[in-house]
Structure formats: C-alpha cells, structure tokens
Write a protein that binds this ligand. Structure first.
Ligand code: UTP
Length: 409
C-alpha cells in the first residue's frame, strides 16, 4: 500500500494520527506500518455501539430445557458407547481457545503457562493435556488437538509446549493456529499506537475461531481426516473435561448442531450467561438481560426455567459450522487496559482501563444454529475457572477445587 492510499483509508475512518511518526521511521518500519494499515478493518471503531458492555437488542426469550444429570446418568453407558466409537474413529477434534490476553490474571505470559502448583509445577496447559489424556486412554486413540493462539502469545505458547515435550502428547497431533487481531482504541474510537510504527491491536475475541482455523488452512485437514465434530473449550478451566465421551455421545444421539456443557445456577441471581431460546433458536443471555420475573420463573416441573449457565465447552458439528461461517457475529465493545505510546512517544502501561477492544464471542455463534443440547455437568467436578488473581474465579478457588477432586498441587 502506498503512503497516499494509506492516508486516504485513515482519513475515511478518522484515524490520520496513525501516520504521525511516519517521517521519523526507517524504510522497513514505514513498510510495516503501511502493511498493517492495509490489512486493518477500521469499521468497528466507528460502530454506534460505543458504550462498553452495551446490551444487544434481544428477541423473544423462552426457556430451553437441559439434559439433566439424572437423565444422563441413566443412559451413561449408552451415550459413552456412542461417544467412544466416534472418538476412536477420529471423528472428534479438540480446539483449545488460548488466544485471550488474560489481563485480569495480570501475567505477561500466556495464561496456560501459569503455574498453579504448590509443591511441584502444575501448569494450566499441563492440566488441559492431562485431562485430554484421560480420554485418549479410554478410547484408545489420539484426539486431533488444535490450539488457537494470537499474535501476542503464539511464540511463547508454542515454545512452552515444545519445552515441555507437548506434555506427553504426540507433536504431530497438535496444530497451533493464530486468531485474527482487531485494533484497540481510546474512548473516542481513535486507535492507540503501540509504537511509532505499529497500531495497538488485541485478539478479536473467541468468536472468530472457526474463521481463523479456516484461514490457517486447518479446515482442509479437518475434511481430510474426516473430523465431524469440534469440541472447543477455554484455557482457564483447570477441571475442563475435554472430548468427554458421554457428552459427545449425547450430542450425537440427539443430532444437535451443537452441544453446550452447562452447570445448574447456584441461585437465580447468579451472574452467568444462561441457555435459552431466542425467537425459537438457541441462545445465551447474560444474567442482566433476564427480567426479575424471568430469573425466578419456574417450569411445569417446578424447576427454575432459566437455570443453566454456560462454561465455555461446546461440541460443534462441522457441517453446521460451515453453514454459519459467513454470518456476521455481533461486535462486543469491551473496556480494557491498552498499552500504548503517548503524544511524546513514551510507553504507557495503564493500571486501569483506558479504552476499548472489539470482540466477537463464541456464545453468539450458538444463536446462528438451529439446535443446541444443553448438557448438565457437576460444577464442582468440571468447573474451576481462573480469571482473577484473587477472590472469585481465581487461582485460590481453582486450587481448592482441584484438591477436592483429588489432584496434588
Ligand atoms: P476470557 O473472556 O476470559 O478473556 O476468555 P481473556 O482474554 O482470556 O481474559 P481477560 O478478560 O483479558 O482477563 C475466555 C476464553 O476465550 C479465549 C481465552 O483464551 C479463554 O480461553 N479467548 C478470549 C481467545 O481465544 N481469544 C480472544 O480473543 C479472547
């Protein structure tokens, strides 16, 4: 891209300041900046939905029943049989979403490198791979394993896996791919500069995982290998069950487009996204989007009607994913801390949020699909998220849950 066309593009988007240092840059730096301008989509910065966390408009919300623990236990052997067969036949792949920045945890390293051990090393990535190995042993086959990283943590992540010998997993069964990035801006939608020759960017949310996989050429491999289902999950749940045969079996048996692991809410007011139907299609609404009446509403069995929270563990049908790949997911504007340079070129690492990142979320993919099976799991056995350094969903709470489940730390 030439300087003139870059300037034109920036002017159209109100971002001319990006070229402020251009004349002070080396030829290589100038080239890099022009290339970044060329590949950046600035349209999101002018979105009208400027308020962080602004609620997207919702359709008609109704309850969506979950497959509950009792019913699952009754058919455990049946579902397990179906799941193990599919896993053995290589029809299920696992996708670890590890492109996030983990800003709340506050470590500069990728979140998966965090060591939660007390007397020995227990890295988050290690926990994930150990849990995957449980199923590998049960089904007697390697599960094709994909790891989504971002520009910010790709090298550190791949190096860490290599240094730890892929935690016993065969190297050739693990493929890393990078997710797309989005510009990060101040509160007026002006993109921040990370350095004089680079705009600040952040991973574009976990909703772009399949598109990023496709761009990396991995979907060709998925077809070639005959993978029909993809189990995607968050990096930060250290009790995460991956490619759980019973879950796989239940989703396959019901022929749903997607399955979602859910936990029973601790109380009607718990602040989790819940599974429901929106205009007749599966959807996830945030706790604040439910009216007081809906929060306590009961179904004909006398149970809370909106009672199942999502834990970011989904099993997607690949054909269904392909049908929705071209859909534009809603954009979420999130207030975050964004490192940048100030007007004098000094580096700033803010202690408090100072602008917006722009993200698409995997939970919005669910609403694009026709059918979803919410599948209940026992919270204390499967949900130990590490979001914060202290307090709720922290290293401490996760350690407690791990110990309760018999893990030595
Ligand atoms: P979170 O919503 O907790 O975001 O991610 P985060 O970036 O890890 O953490 P904070 O908000 O900055 O503290 C949930 C899951 O989605 C992945 C994360 O790695 C985590 O597994 N994720 C998130 C991505 O893969 N890419 C993204 O752009 C965002």
């Amino acid at each position: 891209m030439t300087y003139e066309s870059a300037l034109k593009k920036l002017k159209e988007n109100g971002q001319e300041h990006v070229l402020h240092y251009y004349n002070d840059l080396s030829a290589r730096e100038q080239e890099a900046l022009l290339a970044q301008i060329e590949e950046t989509d600035f349209s999101m910065l002018t979105t009208k939905e400027k308020e962080a966390g602004k609620t997207l408009s919702r359709g008609r919300i109704e309850p969506l029943e979950a497959l509950q623990l009792d019913a699952i236990r009754e058919k455990d052997a049946y579902y397990r049989g179906i799941g193990l067969k599919a896993l053995k036949e290589g029809k299920v792949g696992a996708v670890l979403l590890a492109g996030g920045m983990g800003t709340r945890l506050g470590s500069d390293d990728p979140k998966g490198m965090y060591d939660i051990g007390l007397t020995k090393h227990v890295y988050i990535f290690q926990r994930i791979m150990e849990n995957t190995m449980d199923v590998v042993r049960e089904c007697g086959a390697w599960i094709p394993f994909f790891v989504m990283t971002s520009d910010k943590n790709h090298d550190a992540t791949t190096r860490f896996f290599e240094e730890h010998d892929y935690f016993g997993y065969p190297k050739e069964e693990i493929l890393f791919f990078k997710q797309d990035m989005a510009p990060a801006s101040d509160y007026n939608g002006k993109v921040y500069m990370e350095s004089p020759c680079k705009m600040s960017t952040s991973p574009n949310g976990n909703g772009g995982w399949y598109i990023s996989m496709n761009r990396a050429g991995i979907t060709d491999l998925i077809h070639k290998k005959g993978i029909e289902w993809l189990n995607i999950f968050a990096v930060d749940n250290v009790l995460q069950r991956i490619a759980d045969p019973v879950f796989v079996g239940a989703v396959l048996d019901t022929g749903s487009d997607v399955g979602s692991k859910v936990v029973r809410k601790a109380s009607p007011d718990e602040r989790v996204g819940v599974m429901c139907l929106e205009d007749g299609k599966p959807s996830i609404v945030e706790y604040y989007e439910l009216s007081d009446e809906m929060r306590v509403a009961k179904n004909e069995k006398g149970e809370y009607a909106y009672n199942y929270g999502v834990i970011l563990n989904y099993l997607f049908n690949v054909k269904a994913l392909e049908r929705i790949m071209d859909q534009n997911l809603p954009l979420h504007v999130v207030e975050k801390k964004i490192a940048h340079i100030d007007a004098d070129g000094n580096e700033v690492h803010p202690e408090a949020p100072n602008g917006y990142k722009y993200e698409q979320l995997v939970l919005d993919m669910i609403h694009e699909l026709d059918t979803c099976l919410p599948f209940e799991v026992v919270r204390e056995k499967e949900f130990a998220p590490i979001k914060n350094r202290e307090g709720v969903d922290s290293v401490d709470t996760a350690r407690e849950l791990l110990k309760k489940n018999g893990y030595e730390l």
